[in-house]
Ligand binder design. Sequence first.
Ligand code: DGP
Length: 114
Amino acid sequence: MSEKTIFKRIIDKEIPANIVHEDELCLAFHDVNPQAPVHVLVIPKKEIASANQLTGDDAELLGHLFGVIRTLAQKLGLENGYRVVTNCGNDGGQTVYHLHFHLLGGRPLAWPPG
Ligand code: DGP
């Protein structure tokens, strides 16, 4: 059996995280290495390696995750806007192979990304 990812260990409460939201489908917590004044990760509890592994069966889950993102953006004071990012694979800069959405805000964010 393959090893648990760090995010699965956070879901299972084996390691701590600064959790800002939890429900039956997902978890959201502050990124350990924030790139903006607000940098939260929103992850499904379902083990999906990346956006590249999503299927039509995950449509409802994705809708739920984006609803949580919208609620958190409001709760965290991002009324000026925010960015949602999912890094996918090596060239995408993904380091943890458990699907996650970065919610970034609290300052103007440059475009294009590096
Ligand atoms: P990515 O490069 O898209 O796979 O982003 C992974 C993010 O996860 C990165 O911004 C740092 C964050 N991260 C990695 N390990 C931990 C951890 O143990 N706790 C928390 N809170 N964040 C972590």
